[in-house]
Design a protein around this ligand. Sequence first.
Ligand code: NAG
Length: 285
Amino acid sequence: MDPTSLQRLVLLTSLLSGSTHQARLTVTPSSSQVFAGERVSLRCEDASEGWTVRRNTSKEIRAECGVWGTPAGSSCAIGYTDPVDSGEYWCESTGGSTSDTVTITVSGGSGGSVILQSPALPVTEGDDVTLTCRTKMADPPSAHFFKDGVSIRTEPDGHMTLLHVSRSDEGLYKCSFQGKESAWSRLSVSGKPPTTTRPPTSSFSTTMDPPTASSAPPASSLHLVFRVICHLVVFCPYCISTFLMVSIYRERARGSDPTPPTHAEQGLDDDYDDVMSAVTTEHQF
Ligand SMILES: *[C@@H]1O[C@H](CO)[C@@H](O)[C@H](O)[C@H]1NC(C)=O
């Protein structure tokens, strides 16, 4: 195989793997709670053309970015948030594929003077995660933190850090400061990447990973090799069948030719017959 066709094959392989990508919604600032008036920017990442941000709020269902925000490509910005912007946000393609959903709560009005700043997206198992209790003035000197309805900690500087998070840290969190409470926000913990970001169609390659991924060689290059092999396995039968169809067609065309075949051509035809019978045997097997 010459270098050009190898390059083409690599390009085709990357196109095939690209087609299995799914959009991911990212939020800036990366907090599931914001104060009213703050700017929030939502972005569909890994997305080709045709993905838009949609939302469900108490007043809207599947509302497109153009209705409530400022679209820019596959991004959407809310310049000045309002409590009615609280809701579920996700990316949706024109074909109906959807990303994971992100919940955003906009605090405002009388009860909205405290927010819990917590990651809007799932955090990765083993990461350190800091939850911050904020007031509009400054970080409070001392805040109480709650998980699933139970008071868990009082932190003198308003920050609570969870070291090496695991699934058991998942749950609903809120904080309070001088009797004012924030809204609840869910903290989700996902397995180590790339296991979680991988679409189910290629999950078979992740099962070949050793369970202790941290001590293993870089998983990304292993995955790339697996992907290339998988695509080759899919691609090769197409090459073989195309070759066979061209061979058969040429053989038929020659059969209708009135001039008798030369000795060399006769030998070639015999080779084709051999290939055909070999392939047939293989298929019967
Ligand atoms: C949005 O609301 C509709 C109608 O209630 C519901 O079917 C859909 O599942 C919601 N989507 C999300 C991501 O919450």
